[in-house]
Design a binder for this molecule. Structure first.
Ligand SMILES: [Mn+2]
Length: 264
C-alpha cells in the first residue's frame, strides 16, 4: 500500500488516468489524494465530475478554488430544481433563468455553460455534484514513517497564525475573508506565512511553470524549506501544455517521495 498525491487536474481526465497508469497506481490497495481543482480549463470536466460522483474507492478529493466556484453553481441549480419541483430539462431551466450565467464571474472558464449545453447532462446531475463537492474537505494531515504531511490545494495555515496574518497590513486582502480562502487561494503567502513546524505541506494551485513565481521550477515539482517547515508544490501546469512544453502532470508518492510525471 502506497499513498499518492496529485493536484490541478483541471478537466484533463484522460491525462489523469494515463498518469495513474504510468506510475503504476493500484487503487485496489493504494490510496490517492487529489488536492483540488478537478474542473475547468480542460475538455474533460464532465468526465472528472462523473468520476467524483462515482466515489472511487481509496481516492480522497480535497477542495480547490475552481471546485468551490463550481459548487456555487451546483447549489444554485439545485435550488432552482427544488423550487420548480417539476421536470424541466436543463436547457429549459437555463432558458427560463438566463441570469444563471450572470450570478457572478465564477463561470469564467465556461464549464457550466458548456455542461448545460450537453444533451446528456441533466439538472439532477448538478444537484448530485453539489452533494459530492459539499463533502470535500480543505486539507488532510497524515503521518508516514514519522514524517508529517499536510495536503491542501493552495496553502495551509494554522488558525492561530491565520489570525496574525489577518492583522498584518500590506498583504492580499482577499485572503483575509476566512481561513478557507487561504486554503484554496494562497500563492506565495502559503510559503511566507503558512506551514507547520516539522511538517511538509504538499500543495498545488500555482503552476511551477510561471517564471515570476517563487515556485518556478520549469514544470517540475518544487521543494522548498523554511526553517523547520517544508513545502512541495506539485502543480506542474499540465493543462497549459499546449502553450508551454515544460508543463506536466505530477504525482507524488509520499512513502518514498518519488515523483512521477506524465511526460518525460
Ligand atoms: Mn487553484
Amino acid at each position: 500500500m502506497a499513498i499518492y498525491v496529485t493536484a490541478d487536474i483541471h478537466g484533463c481526465y484522460d491525462e489523469y488516468m494515463a498518469l495513474l497508469d504510468k506510475a503504476g497506481v493500484d487503487l485496489e490497495k493504494d490510496k490517492l489524494i487529489i488536492a483540488g481543482d478537478i474542473v475547468d480549463r480542460g475538455s474533460g470536466s464532465l468526465e472528472m465530475l462523473r468520476y467524483l460522483k462515482s466515489e472511487p474507492e481509496n481516492v480522497t478529493f480535497l477542495k480547490g478554488n475552481h471546485d468551490e466556484d463550481f459548487q456555487f453553481y451546483c447549489s444554485e441549480l439545485k435550488s432552482l430544481y427544488e423550487k420548480e419541483g417539476r421536470g424541466l430539462t436543463l436547457r429549459e431551466y437555463v432558458d427560463k433563468y438566463p441570469e444563471i450565467f450572470y450570478w457572478n464571474l465564477s463561470d469564467r472558464y465556461g464549464t457550466v455553460y458548456e455542461l448545460t449545453h450537453k444533451p446528456d447532462v441533466k439538472i439532477e446531475d448538478f444537484a448530485g455534484w453539489y452533494e459530492s463537492f459539499s463533502k470535500m474537505e480543505y486539507f488532510k494531515k497524515l503521518e508516514i514513517d514519522g514524517r508529517k504531511y499536510i495536503i491542501v490545494h493552495a496553502g495551509y495555515i494554522s488558525d492561530e497564525e491565520y489570525a496574525g496574518f489577518c492583522n498584518k497590513g500590506g498583504i492580499e486582502d482577499y485572503l483575509k475573508n476566512n481561513i478557507e480562502t487561504f486554503y484554496v487561494w494562497a500563492r506565495k503567502e502559503g510559503y511566507d506565512y503558512g506551514g507547520e513546524d516539522d511538517a511538509t505541506v504538499v500543495f498545488g494551485h500555482t503552476p511551477t511553470v510561471i517564471e515570476s513565481s517563487v515556485f518556478y521550477n520549469k514544470g517540475k515539482a518544487k521543494v522548498m524549506k523554511k526553517g523547520k517547515r517544508r513545502f512541495i508544490n506539485i502543480d506542474c501546469g499540465g493543462v497549459f501544455r499546449k502553450h508551454d512544453e515544460n508543463c506536466n502532470f505530477c504525482l507524488l508518492r509520499l512513502d518514498d517521495e518519488k515523483y512521477f510525471y506524465l511526460y518525460d
